[in-house]
Design a protein around this ligand. Structure first.
Ligand SMILES: C[S@@+](CC[C@H](N)C(=O)[O-])C[C@H]1O[C@@H](n2cnc3c(N)ncnc32)[C@H](O)[C@@H]1O
Length: 277
């Protein structure tokens, strides 16, 4: 019997109304639910606690919104939304009611680890709680990782997580990466742009921070019909405006974002504005 069938049987809610997937972060389970009565939601939460004994709290997640990717989460069973999530031997302290956990990028996190060369200086422009920065610091010989995060709550978790994982080569900065970029001209061998939508607006800041030969990992969301013409022209436009040479290394669909829309990543090599002077 599937999880959904078990849930339907125990709650007497038709399987058609129940979601088949959920996300577990630490010991908190996040689930998207259709319109149901509060008592029905509580029942679903209670049944999940019985079915999955390692879950302490069940939360309904409605959306993750805004520039700072803040989640709308409500507890339907158990209590406590602060937890520690372990993934590939990295610990992430997080409160799922305050900050999103981007679990969908696991394959990208793994892919990146294989690319990093010893001694690199890496700038993570949208660091969150450390999704990319922490595994890089833990499993590669990067020289330093400059991790910029605008949301003060996410930044506080980032600094806690640096300590929790006993990491010494991450420099955490709280603020807007467009402004923070000014302090790091021609600094980076590699730049992570793990944010969307509208990532193209930050390409200028990334080029400013790029050393010659720097690799930029540019994430964004595009409708299927715009692939790959639109992202290519956005990269071309900004590099041309700054009279920079570049070449595309890889372009890849990371995951489906919504019907006919894709989260994609494009790796390209660009160079700093300063290098032309
Ligand atoms: C969706 S999370 C992504 C985390 C991680 N990079 C990943 O791809 O898995 C994006 C983060 O960027 C932060 N952010 C948004 N705008 C920013 C800006 N202008 N400067 C720095 N951080 C920003 C948000 O607060 C959020 O924590």
């Amino acid at each position: 019997m599937t999880f959904k069938q078990k849930l339907a049987k125990a709650t007497s809610i038709s399987a058609g109304k129940l979601p088949s997937s959920y996300q577990i972060v630490g010991d908190v389970l996040l689930i998207k639910l259709p319109k149901l009565k509060p008592q029905q939601k509580q029942k679903i939460g209670q049944v999940i606690l019985q079915l999955l004994p390692y879950v302490r709290t069940v939360c309904e997640i409605k959306e993750v919104s805004g520039e700072l990717r803040e989640p709308t989460v409500s507890t339907i069973a158990g209590n406590g939304t602060a937890t520690v999530h372990k993934e590939n031997d990295v610990l992430y302290k997080i409160d799922v009611s305050k900050v999103m956990f981007s679990k969908g990028n696991l394959s990208e996190r793994k892919r990146l680890l294989g690319k990093i060369k010893d001694g690199e200086t890496i700038i993570d422009m949208f660091a969150g709680i450390g999704y990319f920065s922490l595994p890089i610091a833990k499993f590669t010989k990067a020289k330093e990782i400059i991790s910029i995060e605008k949301n003060p709550t996410a930044y506080n978790f980032l600094t806690d997580n640096i300590a929790l994982n006993k990491i010494t080569n991450i420099i955490a900065i709280q603020g807007d990466c467009k402004i923070a970029a000014r302090s790091f001209p021609a600094k980076a061998n590699r730049i992570l742009m793990g944010y969307f939508p509208g990532t193209e607006e930050f390409l200028g800041a990334a080029l400013w921070m790029a050393k010659p030969g720097c690799i930029i990992h540019f994430h964004n969301i595009y409708p299927e019909k715009d692939l790959w013409k639109k992202p290519m022209s956005q990269i071309d436009e900004i590099c041309s405006a700054f009279k920079k040479k570049y070449h595309i290394i890889l372009r890849k669909k990371v995951k489906s974002f919504s019907p006919k829309k894709w989260h994609v990543v494009i790796d390209f090599s660009g160079m700093s504005l300063l290098t032309s002077r």
